[in-house]
Design a protein around this ligand. Structure first.
Ligand SMILES: Cc1cc2nc3c(=O)[nH]c(=O)nc-3n(C[C@H](O)[C@H](O)[C@H](O)COP(=O)(O)O)c2cc1C
Length: 184
């Protein structure tokens, strides 16, 4: 069992990556096991809608890095999704992963107890109504189908006005969320 971090920025040193490092520093200090995946480093193709995953004998007919993501989601004790906002939703590399969640739609996980999912999102624009409304909906089916629930979220707006580094205040909020995740 480990906390599974899935981060989905296309920038290797952007705010999502820095947020992941801030959370990892807490997990390491707490001795909490974690796995860190970056969507940009994974080779995940689109769902073919072949429905072969209905059979328990086939995890997925597409043999790529999503097989590892399935395994990480299955063995997770808690989830931490860190994502930029793109066009008011999630980046394409994350959407491909969420669509491959069809495997769990076809064969939902049933755990002894639901696991908590935490979200951290960065929107570059000044705050606007739907800036952080759409992305949680994109995760709705996955969370339900892997027996997880949304336990917390931090949304940071107007990040395009930040300098190259996350502010200390933002890092502290992220570390507080990570502490919660480590204790769950
Ligand atoms: C293709 C693209 C689309 C974007 N669309 C939005 C948007 O709809 N709303 C918003 O607030 N920011 C938008 N942004 C800005 C990013 O959310 C912002 O730069 C964020 O900090 C990037 O996260 P990162 O530093 O982890 O890469 C967009 C950025 C890109 C590259």
């Amino acid at each position: 069992m480990a906390i599974y971090i899935l981060e989905s920025s296309s920038r290797k040193t952007g705010y999502s990556a820095q947020a992941a490092q801030a959370a990892i520093s807490i997990f390491e200090a707490q001795g909490a096991a974690y796995i860190y995946d970056r969507a940009i480093s994974l080779n995940v193709a689109y769902c073919l809608a072949c429905d072969k995953c209905i059979s328990e004998e086939v995890e997925c007919s597409v043999k790529d890095d999503m097989l590892g993501v399935y395994a990480n989601l299955i063995k997770a004790s808690a989830l931490l999704f860190i994502t930029p906002i793109t066009f008011s939703s999630v980046p394409a590399q994350l959407k491909a992963i969420l669509d491959r969640g069809q495997r769990f739609y076809n064969r939902p996980l049933k755990r002894e107890a639901k696991i908590p999912a935490y979200f951290i999102a960065f929107g570059g624009a000044k705050p606007y109504k739907e800036q952080f409304e759409i992305y949680p909906l994109q995760f709705k089916h996955l969370l339900k189908n892997i027996d997880a629930w949304q336990a917390g979220a931090l949304n940071f707006a107007h990040t395009d006005a930040y300098g190259p580094r996350l502010s200390d205040a933002a890092a502290r909020q992220i570390q507080a969320l990570a502490l919660q995740a480590a204790g769950s």
